[in-house]
Ligand binder design. Sequence first.
Ligand code: 173
Length: 318
Amino acid sequence: MKRTSLCLALLIGTPLGASAEEVTLRGASAFAAGTTFDRPFKAFVDWINENGEGVLQINVVGGPEAVPPFEVGNAVSSGVVDIANVTAAFYTNLLPEGDALKLATNTIQEQRANGCYDLIDGLHQDAMNVKYLGRTGDGIPFHLYLTKPVEGADLSGLTIRTTPVYQAMFDSLGANLVRTAPGEVYTALERGTIDGYGWPAQGVLDLGWDEQTKYRVDPGFYQVDVDLIMNLDAWNNLGDEQKNLLQRGIEWIEAKNAENTDINASERDKQAEAGIETISLDGAEREKWLTAAQEEGWKAISAVNAENAEKLRACLTD
Ligand code: 173
């Protein structure tokens, strides 16, 4: 039996450990090429392609025009693509608990050290046949951006573009919600079908949304997770040298998360220069805002699976 599969492997050229031939992975990104949340992925792919000659290469087949953002999880799960750059909020159809990643108050390096990475990887493997490789976006909060001012944390009467990231929080604060991919936000603002949108502290300007945005509500909340995920069969087919290369590339890109605090500050300046005013919630309104974020966020994860919610909370907020 063993000999047969070995012969077969040699015949059809299946990679066999260290002597494996160069493998090319098909990659996709949920974020448009050249924009903020695609940049770390591009840097990672370039690093792999420079350091992985003869071992492993990544060929990015496209961005949201090739695979719609809310379909990227399915594409990786089924093996239509091998590796992808996507936020867990875009694949809650496959792993609803993935939405907890935004609730992390620690870094991916801390999550690797405290066992959280293994828990998250296991959830991805079991629910969606995916290897969880790593995370960018640490240190970047989310905000509400508006075309009309608000007095406090109450959002009733406003129609806000959302994703699962902001859903529970904005809903509890009374907003009407419309779920869209990032690519539909500009037109929705232009047509006035939304009064605002949830989005991270970074990236508003490179999407041109500043032209249609009057206010940013502070404080920010949560923490961006843009995750690198890989089809589990494709991962299992790799040899040790190929897996090690990917892991070194991931470690390299994750180290750059530390730059986000400075980038956030310069984005704040650029938003102000572009005419986006800051609405700062203070005192009881600030408290209401941040409490809604935390409590509603965790409540939504507990409603999906209370046991996993507890385990995730213990290691993501460690
Ligand atoms: O707002 C969004 O589209 C969203 O959920 C998100 C998550 C991470 C990074 C950028 C956007």
